[in-house]
Design a protein around this ligand. Structure first.
Ligand code: CMC
Length: 382
């Protein structure tokens, strides 16, 4: 057995997957062979989830029945909404509240007792989790503002329904389409940290709720999904300071701060999802507030043209433009990372179900570098 240690498992092949693939040098991402740009432009989130879970794009009848089946699973039991209320009252942050609430969902799942190798039950769980997370999240945001949760509208697709449950108003076409596209872009991304976390849990043949709960925990960190909120906080910081974006970045880099939304373990060029979201942000800026788009592009231009960061392979990632897009849609900033999780639940489930088809417990080794041959000293003699 090789004794080579690869810190952060960088570049280590840990599994085969047919779900998504990243070409980090070309800046290309595919889901089951379809280019992300094509899917973002032409498909719906439900269509993409179907593709991830079933391997093929659905025809009209299959998509309609899949969309209906997903919509039928959106309601969340009152007992869980009670917990969401308690978490919001305790000012639990949304990612943490969501982690707890998703874990609780198994309590009302009729398949809760089904073993993980019951593939049909596992698929139903994936559907329930993915359908219910938007309801949980929207309810959390409502109750913390002393508003009653809004029941899901089965006539709206998942993206539009989420915005509706958040605000009480059905979104206009531009908002619904923009949000649907953002969900598509976040649905899957190879063996990223949270997906791998979900797979490690799934490889013990634990149930899907455990995998997704663990995935949410992994995604919450600032090196992973938490960066989208950090980007928006930087934009606020710049806007409210007397510095222009270039001066702010200069100061931040002098202080050794990382620029959130830049850099990626796999991409050496601009993340294709950032390119799509940048175009979206530009479009929204044409008819609304262009402040955030202007600041983000100024940062990107400065880091590209003068610092040469992008040339070094530290380029915008998905989080750089998603923050300003969500802000332009009026979504509260601490909901950005939970929204990432809401979409990625589909990818986590797809990877866990795929991996369990030919399961092998994920159990690496660690190299022990601690002391040896120590003699136990009774506590009273220490
Ligand atoms: N700003 C400035 N310098 C950076 C940045 C950044 N955002 N990211 C990496 N670097 C530098 C880093 O300082 C290091 O320089 P040096 O070799 O001189 O010490 C070099 O680039 C390599 O960095 P690394 O930490 O070894 O690279 P990594 O592959 O481990 O890190 C990353 C990837 C995403 C953790 C990192 O780029 C980062 O911290 N970015 C900011 C947070 C962020 O945007 N995260 C979202 C990632 S994409 C969405 C997702 O997957 O959730």
């Amino acid at each position: 057995m090789a004794d080579e240690l690869t810190k952060g498992l960088e570049g280590v092949l840990a599994a085969e997957s047919e779900l998504s693939s990243i070409d980090g040098d070309a800046g290309r991402l595919i889901y089951r062979g379809y280019d992300i740009a094509d899917l973002a432009e032409r498909a719906s989130y439900e269509e993409v989830v179907y593709l991830l879970w079933h391997g093929e794009l659905p025809d009209r009848a299959a998509l309609d029945s899949f969309t209906d089946a997903m919509a039928a699973e959106r309601a969340v039991d009152e007992s869980i909404l009670e917990t969401v209320r308690a978490l919001a009252a305790a000012e639990e942050a949304p990612m943490a509240a969501m982690r707890t609430a998703v874990s609780m969902l198994s309590a009302t799942d009729p398949d809760a007792e089904a073993p993980a190798d019951d593939r049909e039950a596992a698929r139903r769980k994936a559907r329930r989790i993915t359908a219910k997370i938007p309801t949980l999240l929207a309810a959390y945001d409502r109750v913390r503002q002393d508003e009653a949760p809004i029941d899901p509208d089965p006539d709206l697709d998942l993206a539009a329904n989420f915005l509706y449950m958040l605000t009480g108003e059905a979104p206009d076409d531009v908002a619904a389409e923009t949000f649907d596209q953002a969900l598509i872009l976040h649905a899957d991304h190879g063996l990223n940290a949270s997906t791998f976390t979900a797979m490690v849990v799934g490889s013990t043949m634990a149930d899907l709720y455990s995998s997704v709960t663990a995935g949410i925990g992994a995604l919450s960190g600032p090196l992973h999904g938490g960066a989208n909120q950090d980007v928006m906080e930087v934009l606020f910081e710049i806007e409210s300071s007397d510095l222009d974006p270039r001066e702010w970045v200069e100061r931040a880099t002098d202080e050794g701060r990382r620029i959130p939304g830049f850099g990626h373990r796999v991409y050496n060029v601009t993340d294709p999802r950032a390119t799509i979201l940048k175009a979206r942000s530009a479009k929204l800026a044409e008819t609304g507030d262009d402040t955030w788009y202007e600041i983000t592009t100024a940062i990107e231009d400065y880091l590209t043209d003068e610092v040469g960061l992008v040339e070094k392979g530290i380029a915008p990632n998905v989080d750089f433009y998603s923050g300003s897009v969500y802000y332009q849609l009026g979504i509260p900033i601490d909901m950005y990372t939970p929204i990432f999780a809401m979409s990625r639940a589909a990818g986590w489930s797809a990877h866990v179900l795929e991996y369990q088809e030919d399961n092998r417990l994920i159990r690496p080794r660690g190299r022990y570098v601690g002391p040896d041959d120590r003699e136990y000293v009774p506590i009273e003699d220490r």
